[in-house]
Design a protein. Structure first.
Length: 207
């Protein structure tokens, strides 16, 4: 598909995003992160107990990146590996925190929204920088629409940007991220662990 066709597809899919909580209780929280090894994407997903943040399960997968990096189209590059890793899980998390944006995206379909929709699971986007929008009093706006929050997990640390991906509300997305911080780590614990394990995969001898 051409870039314009992918963008049109994103606009269509964004109409299916639901910003309401699709769960009664959160008992498990997942984190998913990707690293690159040449042309391949390594995805790692970690599932933690929501109260203790102890690891319940982790899985990894590797897939060739189908397209080069194109701003705003990250999902098309990283989703094949991410979906493969997620599908290996025996314990599917109640909520998944994704390294990427949710609806804080030019077409309201960042990686977290796209992945949440593809997996039909509640997903939250967490990113280290904004691709669109401006922050006013800790809230992210695209024009007049509120799409997320600026969040500081550590004093003097650079802010993180939280936006709901799919099947979760704005307020709950922020609460889940805030409740998942385990000092001294800056990232929510499931995402911190996913990032750590993904980087370890890079150092393992390849078959």
């Amino acid at each position: 598909m051409k870039i314009d066709e992918l963008k049109q597809e994103q606009l269509k899919l964004s109409q299916k995003i639901i910003l309401k909580d699709n769960f009664k209780k959160i008992q498990t929280i997942g984190g998913i992160d990707q690293v690159y090894q040449g042309p391949e994407v390594i995805s790692c997903v970690v599932v933690c107990d929501a109260k203790t943040m102890k690891i319940i399960e982790k899985q990894t997968a590797k897939a060739k990146a189908p397209i080069p990096y194109i701003p705003g189209l990250l999902a098309y590059r990283e989703m094949p590996a991410a979906i493969e890793a997620y599908n290996k899980l025996e314990t599917k998390p109640d909520v998944l925190i994704v390294d990427g944006h949710g609806i804080a995206h030019p077409r309201r379909l960042g990686f977290a929204s796209h992945l949440g929709l593809a997996l039909n699971t509640p997903a939250i986007g967490l990113a280290g920088s904004l691709v669109i929008g401006k922050v006013e009093k800790g809230k992210i706006f695209i024009e007049k629409e509120m799409v997320g929050f600026e969040f500081r997990s550590k004093e003097h640390a650079r802010p993180l940007y939280v936006s709901p991906g799919h099947l979760i509300s704005l307020g709950t997305a922020l609460k889940v991220v805030a409740d998942s911080i385990k000092p001294p780590h800056k990232l929510p614990e499931p995402l911190h662990l996913a990032h750590k394990f993904a980087k370890k995969e890079l150092k393992l001898p390849q078959p």
